[in-house]
Ligand binder design. Structure first.
Ligand SMILES: C[C@](O)(CO)[C@H](O)COP(=O)(O)OP(=O)(O)OC[C@H]1O[C@@H](n2ccc(N)nc2=O)[C@H](O)[C@@H]1O
Ligand SMILES: Nc1ncnc2c1ncn2[C@@H]1O[C@H](COP(=O)(O)OP(=O)(O)OP(=O)(O)O)[C@@H](O)[C@H]1O
Length: 275
């Protein structure tokens, strides 16, 4: 059985307070974008090992057992004593990008196993499992635009459709550690609450839909701020870093002719249309 884990972008990202457990409470809108990996599982005839991971496409640091798709399998195996599996993961989503690629792979693995082995686990319970794998994971279970609070796993509906808007996602050859980004940030009550700003027209978001990480990440990696400026210079109606970075996305109205921009050879570029 095969699935295509997609990414998320963050529309606004307010880090509101540091929690006793060391994590941070935040407010954001997660929006799915069809930049995808491919993930396939099949029952393995090789019964003397629980899993075999075949990785294709972009390299990922770490051993197979460190991969989030394996962690997701082992989590479900503990509960449901699953057959041994072969896992094929084709990585197309860049890592350390603020796009939730690894988190999405893990969440889609939970859904694949649930469907393939007809485990009957509810979406709500899958969200609970996902949240133990990463703060970004639970969103990918329902995988639709949502307002998120808490560590990023308390959801409430959001009345927002960007369907038809075009998106450019640019990731420079810079790795931003999510942990470090949080460590360098000063939590504060948002001046412009995300939930209110996203009710306004997209043309009004530029100076009020803010990713708090930009203030600490841009000085350390000026190239990321330069990309955001360049996207506005080329006609983006809204542009922002996603998550803790290093990717930047620009939204363009449906009728805009997307610019051809040479971002340099080491830069990852994606263009698409939002659903
Ligand atoms: C920044 C966002 O991308 C916004 O969507 C996410 O909050 C990050 O989610 P994520 O990459 O899944 O984060 P995790 O892998 O769970 O955590 C990595 C590290 O980031 C910090 N972290 C993460 C999420 C959060 N709400 N508060 C935190 O302080 C913690 O130090 C944690 O050890
Ligand atoms: N299947 C996977 N795909 C990508 N990274 C993985 C995977 N499994 C484990 N990882 C590890 O997890 C780290 C974070 O991956 P992930 O893609 O979730 O973060 P991200 O792209 O920075 O998104 P965000 O910061 O929004 O969570 C990677 O740097 C990598 O070392």
């Amino acid at each position: 059985m095969i699935a295509f884990p997609n990414i998320k972008i963050n529309l606004g990202l307010s880090i509101t307070e540091k929690r006793p457990d060391g994590y941070h409470n935040l407010e954001t809108v997660f929006y799915p974008v069809a930049l995808e990996d491919a993930l396939e599982i099949r029952t393995s005839p090789d019964t003397d090992r629980k899993f075999t991971l075949y990785q294709h496409g972009m390299e990922i640091a770490g051993k197979p057992e460190d991969n989030l798709v394996v962690k997701a399998y082992l989590l479900m195996d503990k509960e449901f004593h699953l057959p041994p599996v072969e896992i094929h993961l084709y990585k197309h989503i860049p890592s350390g990008a603020g796009l939730g690629g690894g988190s999405s792979d893990a969440a889609f693995m939970l859904k694949l196993l649930n469907n393939h082995y007809q485990l009957g686990v509810s979406e709500e319970q899958l969200e609970v499992y996902a949240a133990t794998l990463g703060a970004d994971c639970a969103f990918f279970i329902k995988n639709r635009p949502t307002f998120a609070e808490g560590i990023g796993n308390i959801f409430s509906p959001v009345d927002l459709s960007l369907s038809g808007y075009q998106i450019m996602i640019i990731k420079p050859d810079v790795f931003v550690s999510t942990r470090e980004a949080f460590a360098n940030i000063r939590p504060h009550h948002p001046e412009y609450p995300v939930k209110e700003v996203i009710r306004r027209p997209v043309a009004e978001w530029k100076d009020t839909l803010i990713n708090d990480f930009e203030a600490s990440v841009f000085p350390q990696h000026p190239i990321i701020g330069d990309i955001k400026k360049e996207l506005y210079h080329h006609g983006a109606i809204y542009a922002s870093m996603s998550g803790s970075g290093s990717s930047v996305f620009g939204l363009f109205t449906p009728d805009t002719l997307l610019p051809e921009i040479d971002w340099g050879t080491d830069t990852f570029c994606f263009t698409g249309t939002l659903k």
